[in-house]
Design a protein around this ligand. Sequence first.
Ligand SMILES: C[S@@+](CC[C@H](N)C(=O)[O-])C[C@H]1O[C@@H](n2cnc3c(N)ncnc32)[C@H](O)[C@@H]1O
Length: 289
Amino acid sequence: MDKSLQKTEQEEIESKRKVYREAKEQTRKNARRLRFDESNPQPKKDSVDSPRKRFYRQRAHSNPFSDHRLDYPKSPESMDWSKYYPQYHDKESNNMLQDVEIADIGCGYGGLLINLSKEFPKTLCLGMEIRVQVTQYVEDRIIALREQNKSKDINYQNIAVIRGNAMKFLPNFFKKSQLSKMFFCFPDPHFKQRKHKARIITNTLLSEYAYALKVGGIIYTITDVEDLHNWMVEHLTEHPLFERLDKQWEDQDKCVEIMYNSTEEGQKVERNKGDKFIACFRRLPDPEI
Ligand SMILES: C[S@@+](CC[C@H](N)C(=O)[O-])C[C@H]1O[C@@H](n2cnc3c(N)ncnc32)[C@H](O)[C@@H]1O
């Protein structure tokens, strides 16, 4: 095709995406504003529509070391969760009724979160995602699901997404022993040796995850890259605060089944008939000194 024609076509697609995303941005702003206004139950049409993924596509890999524009709370106590889970916020006392208990690290397009919401409808689950447009897609997806399921038992008020780099300041979001489950589903493999330091499981990061997890809490991992699976197993096994759970445990655990089938990346692997490697680890008590 003629290069200039190709360029014009590309520009048209880009501008369409931009217009779509700007409209959704407005819906997001309205939804944030209206979240507390229960006297305004009439959803706007576009907030009920599920977002279209093709308008939010972003480069697959992001560099976790160049995220200088991200905001972090000073401490878990200063984090305002009421914006994310308005139905779990008590207006009178201005306190949250519950803490986040389940974290999906690098949640991508949010498939796992949505399934966790159905399995644990009374537990607060949080997706953390570094890519801007992917985070916006998940936020729009949750807004739409909440609007579509307002009067139902499963109303998706217990899930939320936050843009953040899990490799930085995780203890600023979560108190010690706050979480009962952390999911690492199809993390970026960072194949090259010199990029291994960007992997989401390292000794240092595992100590942060152990801090946020309660004793008995579980780290779930799944990947289609055998080398990364071995890396995660090796690091988790070597860490003094984790012990691996066996195949028998995996087979009876509901979350393993959910994680196996429900993430977008996992579905892609399924379509391509790839392998899926699972490893789950339990948080051990701190050693006595
Ligand atoms: C291969 S995708 C998997 C997404 C999802 N878990 C799934 O299974 O469909 C990995 C995701 O992790 C996100 N990610 C990578 N590093 C991250 C970090 N340090 N903090 C938060 N998210 C991260 C990426 O942007 C990407 O969306």
